[in-house]
Design a binder for this molecule. Structure first.
Ligand code: HEC
Length: 123
């Protein structure tokens, strides 16, 4: 096998792994994820993952890709406790991710008249 073919095969394998993980994220069970999140994560991240005012980071809306999610739980960057696969499986993390993906975005400031009007009368 030439170097070039090996390289192409590696790229193909990598993209297969990636789409596999993306599929797992989409197929996560949001209802189970909500239960798990409200049991293990909400104290630091807030009940809807909003993070604000809590210890942990903001996780929703628009959670980071599920690969990053799993990586943070297995190897936390700083203050977050570490979760081993025996405590919470990849499938359970995918469920939590699916729950956070259901959190809707809040309205924009321009869509809330009283907030949108602030400062405008002074012009
Ligand atoms: C004791 C508080 C605490 C608990 C409990 C906790 N976290 Fe965290 N989490 C944090 C902190 C603090 C960070 C910021 C990064 C760090 O310190 O590692 C974080 C970061 C994250 C991130 C990375 C966010 C980003 O944008 O990089 C993810 C994903 C995450 N937490 C998911 C979870 C999940 C899922 C659970 C429940 C299984 C959980 N956390 C439980 C404190 C917590």
């Amino acid at each position: 096998m030439t170097m070039k073919t090996t390289h192409l095969l590696l790229i193909a394998a990598a993209s297969l792994t990636f789409s596999g993980a993306a599929f797992a994220a989409d197929s996560g069970n949001a209802e189970n994820g909500k239960k798990l999140f409200l049991r293990s994560c909400y104290e630091c991240h807030g009940t809807t993952g909003m993070g604000a005012g809590a210890v942990g980071a903001k996780l929703a809306p628009n959670p980071i890709p599920v690969e990053g999610f799993i990586a943070e739980l297995r190897h936390p960057r700083q203050a977050m406790p570490q979760y081993s696969p025996s405590v919470i499986s990849d499938a359970e993390i995918a469920d939590i991710h699916a729950y956070l993906a259901t959190i809707p975005e809040g309205p924009k400031v321009k869509d809330i008249p009283i907030l949108d009007s602030i400062g405008k009368d002074k012009k």
